[in-house]
Design a protein. Structure first.
Length: 196
């Protein structure tokens, strides 16, 4: 080391050139370096005479690779690393992940089969009626006639000419005297027609 004699024993300078070893060893023992107590940071020459750092050879796992081979290995390792990061979603934007779509089957229901007597959806009036009558019983008569196909218009509870005409049509279709009055025979036929 040039100019290093004046420095203390603990001085360590990474940029100083190390002193070359003294050629006192035999040629047979040249591969083993005995540097004494001093640390040596320079690798000994290989057996073929080429220095590792100067020829571009890199030893990985006991194999010597050229610089080109080492670059290819490094690029391949980086590509695999980035592929793993991309698969993990590291490069995705801050958008929220899309939740998985789940579908639920409708609940299974079982129906109990019951035998019930069918009641008519439209009831017949419970009393005899004649033109000029008004009220809930007339409205029931009008609903019954409409459901059987004898139109009286909108049920309004007023036994007027439209209701009388519908009653007469019903009576004629059922072989009754077509007088437009809902008497006991017409009432019975009406109840029979609604229940059947």
């Amino acid at each position: 080391m040039e100019g290093g004699e004046g420095r203390g024993p603990g001085y360590d300078d990474w940029f100083d050139e190390p002193e070359p070893p003294i050629e006192t060893q035999s040629a047979a023992r040249r591969d083993v370096y005995d540097g004494g107590d001093e640390e040596v940071w320079v690798l000994p020459d290989e057996e073929d005479g080429h220095d590792r750092g100067h020829r571009g050879g890199i030893v990985i796992g006991g194999r010597t690779l050229t610089t080109t081979q080492a670059v290819v290995v490094a690029v391949s390792i980086l590509a695999v690393f980035f592929a793993i990061l991309a698969a993990a979603g590291v490069f995705n934007s801050g958008a929220a992940p899309v939740p998985p779509v789940t579908t639920q089957a409708p609940p299974t229901t079982t129906q109990a089969t019951t035998t019930a007597t069918t009641t008519p959806t439209t009831a017949a009036p419970s009393q005899t009626l004649k033109p000029g009558d008004t009220g809930a019983q007339v409205k029931t008569l009008q609903q019954a006639l409409n459901s059987l196909g004898y139109s009286v218009g909108k049920p309004d509870g007023d036994y007027g000419p439209a209701t009388q005409s519908a009653v007469e049509q019903f009576q004629a279709a059922n072989n009754l005297a077509a007088d437009g009055v809902v008497g006991p025979e017409t009432l019975a036929k009406l109840q029979q027609a609604l229940s059947g």
